[in-house]
Design a protein around this ligand. Structure first.
Ligand SMILES: [Zn+2]
Length: 174
């Protein structure tokens, strides 16, 4: 596992999921990703977790909605904000199947998410460690901690199967 981020600067850090919780919540994100694939979208899924419970869900709906911004993370953050009645999600963790792109990493920062967990890296578009390191930029107004690796093999297999079945371009934007 790879992990980085500032040491516990958040008041609610004690209530955030621990490494031992990652596979359970990543399974929820994977279920969202599989639903996206069933609808013809690249399988990317996301859940927002607070106090040990899922409070927001999202899946990639770019094709379904014909919307270039309908990424799983943005939709899950909106879902959680609606459920909690606030945009500030400083006590929530975000689980997503693949490394967030610049838009989604930016959305997590704007929501003040303190912890982001992703299963697999996205070498072409990932904005946490693969292309740029938005969460580790000392100039950022908020720096989520992050970890990578929970259920990685399963997610990479799911993406490979999706693209093999579609024989489309090997592009998986998180
Ligand atoms: Zn994205």
């Amino acid at each position: 596992m790879e992990a980085r981020g500032p040491a516990q600067p958040y008041a609610d850090a004690a209530t955030l999921p621990r490494v031992g919780d990652d596979e359970r919540f990543m399974d929820e994100a994977i279920a969202e990703a599989r639903a996206a694939a069933s609808a013809g979208d690249v399988p990317v899924g996301c859940v927002v977790v607070r106090g040990g419970a899922v409070v927001g869900r999202g899946r990639n709906r770019r094709e379904a909605d014909r919307d270039p911004t309908a990424h799983a993370e943005v939709l899950a953050l909106r879902d959680a904000a609606r459920a909690l009645g606030r945009w500030r999600l400083g006590d929530c963790a975000l689980y997503v199947t693949i490394e967030p792109c610049a838009m989604c990493a930016g959305a997590a920062i704007l929501a003040r998410i303190p912890l982001v967990v992703f299963a697999a890296p996205e070498e072409k578009t990932g904005a946490v460690r693969s292309t740029v390191e938005l969460f580790d930029d000392p100039r950022a107004l908020h720096r989520p901690r992050w970890r990578l690796g929970a259920r990685r093999a399963e997610v990479e297999r799911m993406l490979a199967e999706f693209f093999a079945a579609r024989r489309g371009p090997a592009e998986a934007e998180g």
